[in-house]
Design a protein around this ligand. Structure first.
Ligand code: 3HC
Ligand code: NAI
Length: 699
């Protein structure tokens, strides 16, 4: 039963019971409707209380139902709310913990509302590219006032019930309960006190005006246009709330409905809904049960205090977990600590971090030159030079000193985690934790599962990742893991585009217009072109048959490593990040073309975008086939969180699904005919070819 009915003396109580958050799916809506009918028919019941079991009143409409016929099947949410309003007995919403989206709309349809302190109240539909579609845009402004309501609807951010209860003239909450524990008892008492009140109040009957309506809504519209340029929903939220102030309640509802349905079909909303589910799916590992016992992680050691080690340490300090950092020499430790200190100080200066928090975090950091000081740590993360010999020495030491059961993690970006595990006598405790630079900022964490990594190690690091506010995605062991294995193909396409006639700026502009935070050449300059150069040199033996443009190597031979040397694909002025095109680089590319006998051609932005994005998609399909990623949506999360793929396109796999895999494959076949490209690469991965032929999608 997803909604229970119970008589408490003379009050009927309907309890939503659809874990985890009482989403208002079809069965729950039916349960409420049945409960209402029963309570209205039951002579013993004088009034009705609606509440939620577990950790929410309700998190809103069931997102999993969106796009399926169930979402609109009767009783839909609008009909349920209508039957509450039409109830012959007063209905009291007893709200606690979380009341969001359709859950808040349901409560706004009730005659009275009593809320527990500490309840998170929100209309977060905008975060899914939608607007509230069950009267929220019409009732909340009536209950709360136009300005606070519009703010909540456009931002989607939760506000605590006690704060809302303090707004002058608010009609959202009739009562505040003394505590969450006392809520039901107090709701029952309140229901008894209003059981005979007639007429019963309805939010829809409250006035809705703004004294400077037109000007206010114009300001609001201008503001959201600037902030949410790729998303249509915020602007539509303004339209819907304005409609609430313009005419009768019912005509506002019609406007809201039309806008809601139109938004539901936009690619932006589909992308955001996909991301909501993808983010939650990523934390689950198919063969690791949710109840796997966890290892306790109360202290962490970090080996190497360089670029990555410092950032990694900060993540744990921020989460209140003590860190001991080990280096080979004192001056390296001092430099590492000074960088951490500088990062925190700049946050304090900007007012983003309070002084006491800063002191607390630095107080959790200690340093050492001796491995013996690590013996009590529950987990160690190695971030030393990317050389297998160095990793071997470090892991042998860790094997010697770390206590049994400690998790031994490596932040390697290119080396084989199974090889690293083999340096120890406890490969089951070894795992890859691939942070992205800057490690204290970037949300992505690739968790690299070795052949022997224990399930409880996997379960534990997924939980720890959440604790340090990372989006963790599991990857199997392969060269580059998920993200860098794909970016290699993307980078190769960038090179071919130069060979064939583009400038770096043209390629970057095209893909940035598509929505990427940064094109491949600006990204290379930021990360350091020498990193890719070193990797290509290492691989030139292993992958002698792999075709690629030599332009990036020529650039590095000129010492143009990127921002750090003030010159890369572009020039940089000290202290600034603006990329200034450089005539010598363009000449270098032209000379290269000439030497190879290539006649340049004009390449459209569309071709640039397709080649770059579909190269990601084809490699990703191989990654899925190889079992390196367990879901297409995990790959989307990697690209959204770690590589600046545009959020409103939902990741490469979601984008390919939206374009249609048949069309993607057709384009690949065209690219394969280009003699300057890599025909072998463009052979569609078997999985992609099969899905396209069957008219299916990745997700
Ligand atoms: N429908 C279905 N499932 C939902 C859900 C919803 N509205 N909200 C959360 N869930 C599920 C999640 O998918 C997750 O499932 P899983 O355990 O199988 O992975 C589980 O609930 C727990 O979610 P979180 O990990 O996010 O748990 P938290 O405790 O951190 O947060 C929450 C709880 C604050 C409710 C958060 O989940 C949230 O913000 N949910 C989205 C709320 C939302 O957007 N509601 C509006 C829906 S649209 C709507 O109502 C349309 C209406 O206007 C017509
Ligand atoms: P770095 O050169 O900035 O720092 C490495 C640090 O390790 C130096 O401070 C060095 O003194 C120390 N070190 C070297 N050998 C040591 C040893 N035997 N014992 C103790 N300390 C030792 O390097 P960076 O960039 O921090 O990279 C570290 C690791 O992180 C590498 O495996 C790299 O592939 C990986 N990585 C790097 C990313 C980046 O963008 N820089 C991104 C993701 C992973």
């Amino acid at each position: 039963m997803t909604a229970q009915y119970e008589l408490h003396g003379d009050i009927a109580v309907i309890t939503l019971n659809n874990p985890p958050v009482n989403g208002l799916g079809l069965a729950t809506r039916q349960g409420i409707a049945d409960g209402l009918a029963k309570a209205n028919a039951e002579t013993a019941a004088r009034a009705i209380v609606i509440t939620g079991a577990g950790k929410a009143f309700s998190g809103g409409a069931d997102i999993k139902e969106f796009g399926s016929p169930k979402a609109m099947q009767e009783p839909n949410l609008l009909s349920v709310i209508l039957s509450i309003e039409n109830s012959s007995k007063p209905v009291v919403a007893a709200i606690h913990s979380v009341v969001m989206g359709g859950g808040l709309e349901l409560a706004l349809g009730c005659h009275y509302r009593i809320a527990a302190p500490g309840t998170s109240v929100a209309l977060p539909e905008v975060k899914l590219g939608l607007l509230p579609g069950a009267g929220g845009t019409q009732r909340l402004p009536r209950a709360l006032g136009v300005e606070p309501a519009l703010n909540m609807i456009v931002s989607g951010e939760p506000i605590k019930s006690e704060m809302l209860a303090m707004l002058p003239g608010q009609k959202l909450f009739d009562r505040m309960a003394t505590s969450a524990e006392a809520l039901l008892e107090e709701a029952l008492a309140y229901a008894r006190s209003v059981a005979d009140a007639r007429p019963m109040p309805l939010v829809r009957e409250l006035p809705c005006r703004h004294p400077q309506g037109d000007a206010y809504f114009q300001f609001a519209r201008n503001m959201v246009k600037g902030m949410a340029k790729n998303f249509p929903a915020p602007g539509k939220c303004v339209d819907a709330v304005q409609a609430a102030t313009k005419g009768k309640f019912d005509s506002g509802m019609t406007t809201e409905r039309e806008l809601f349905i139109n938004l539901m079909w936009t690619p932006e909303s589909k992308a955001l809904r996909h991301i909501f589910m993808a983010e939650r799916a990523a934390s689950k590992i198919p063969d690791v049960p949710a109840d796997t016992p966890l290892r306790a992680i109360n202290s962490v050691a970090v080996i190497g205090a360089g670029t990555m080690g410092g950032g990694i340490a900060m993540n744990f300090l921020n989460a209140g977990i003590p860190v001991v950092m080990l280096e080979m020499k004192q001056d390296a430790l001092d430099r590492g600590v000074a960088t951490i200190r500088k990062n925190y100080e700049s946050q304090v200066k900007k007012g983003k971090l309070k002084q006491d928090k800063y002191d607390q975090r630095m107080g959790l950091l200690s340093t050492t030159l001796s491995y013996d000081a690590l013996k009590d740590a529950d987990m160690v993360i190695e971030a030393v030079f990317e050389e297998i010999g160095v990793k071997e020495a470090v892991f042998k030491e860790l094997d010697r000193v770390m206590k049994p059961g400690a998790i031994l993690a490596s932040n390697t970006s290119t080396l084989n985690v199974d090889t690293i595990a083999s340096f120890t006598k406890r490969p089951q405790d070894v795992v890859g934790l691939h942070f992205f630079s800057p490690a204290n900022v970037m949300r992505l964490l690739e968790v690299v599962r070795g052949a022997k990594t224990a399930k409880d190690v996997m379960a534990t690091v997924m939980v720890i990742a959440k604790k340090i506010k990372k989006t963790a995605v599991v990857s199997g062991v392969c060269d580059g893991f998920i993200g860098n294995r794909m970016i290699e193909q993307y980078g190769r396409q960038g090179g071919f585009l130069l060979d064939e006639g583009c400038t770096p700026a043209q390629v970057d502009k095209a893909i940035e217009k598509f929505g990427f935070a940064m094109g491949p050449f600006r990204m290379g300059d930021l990360a350091g072109n020498d990193i890719g150069w070193a990797i290509r040199k290492r691989r030139s033996v292993e992958r002698a048959d792999m075709k690629y443009s030599r332009t990036a190597d020529l650039l590095c031979e000129k010492g143009r490593f990127g921002q750090k040397t003030g010159a890369g694909w572009y020039d940089y002025v000290a202290g600034k990040r603006d990329a200034i095109p450089n005539a010598d680089v363009v000449q270098m590319i032209e000379d290269y073309r000439k030497a190879k006998g290539i006649t340049p051609r004009k390449i459209s932005d569309e071709e640039i975008v397709q080649r770059l994005v579909y190269s990601l998609v084809n490699e990703a399909a191989r990654i899925l086939e190889d079992g390196i990623a367990s879901r297409a949506s995990d790959i989307d999360m990697v690209y959204l969180m770690g590589y600046g793929f545009p959020i409103y396109r939902g990741g490469p796999m979601n984008y390919a699904d939206q374009v249609g895999l048949f069309n993607v494959v057709q384009a690949m076949k065209r690219f394969a005919l280009n003699p300057l490209d890599d025909a072998k690469f463009w052979e569609p991965a078997p999985l992609l070819a099969r899905l396209a032929a069957e008219g299916k999608t990745f997700n």
